[in-house]
Design a protein around this ligand. Sequence first.
Ligand SMILES: [Ca+2]
Length: 297
Amino acid sequence: MIIDAENDLDKTRDSLCPQQGGFFDNLRLSVSSYYVFGTLAFAGRCTNIRAVGKPVTHHTRKSTQGAWMKDPLGIMGSETIFVMESYTGRDVLEEFENMAKFKAGITRKTYKLPYQWDGTGGVVYGQYLYYNRANTNFIVKFNLRSGKENAQIRISDYTPRKNTYGWGGYSGVDLAVDENGLWVLWGSTGNSYRLYASKINVQKNSITHTWSLDTEKMSSMGNAFVACGVVYCIDNYSSKSTTINFAYDTKTGKQWNPNIQFTNQYRYNSMVDYNPREKVLYAWDNTKLVTYPITFN
Ligand SMILES: [Ca+2]
């Protein structure tokens, strides 16, 4: 896990310091040392979630379903907000400079993507957007800096539009970011329709490991996310009061029911994703864009 994180951070470093040379070599070395040390120090503090707080409402959009996020690496700016509104028939990603501009409806940039997306599982991670290409088993890796497709990552056993979270909406592919890098949580016709979790290597643009989890069926589940290498599943998307009723630690193979209270304030939670930089959950609940504070053990 730490090695993957370092690989991801290598990528980050490369994007920050792409040119070779005396000055940059020295800079790269010091940045590398910082990140390796920082990652190890950080990993030691990474623990299980004890509680999720009440949602904080930030903004309202037109669509019932969608995805919104910041880049958890901060490369695209620590305040920059990205929005993928709706779950189908769309191919435009919106970027806002900060929350004030977002609330004022002032778009900084829009990106025309090479393909439409399915679901609400897209994430920005560094200078790339990752999302499920509609009705395919491919994750598109789109370079926000160049405005071009960088790669497509195949989920070999995924059959499109055969399994989803409780709310439906082609939500069978759910990308997630944690302290260890990029993951994809997904459901297909295998594993008795329960959830799979796969780790993605963003340098090789491939899946390095897949876990078949012993969750409830994906269609009975509200949403899922990963924090500190632990996959967490929320029981329900529409009950105002629900629980995180499944946890699986990919580091140890341990599984348990953490029974953590979780509030779907607006009764239609179509997206929940962890931001490891801010240590909060981002969610899109029935047109309302909310965050949840998290308490770790
Ligand atoms: Ca999620």
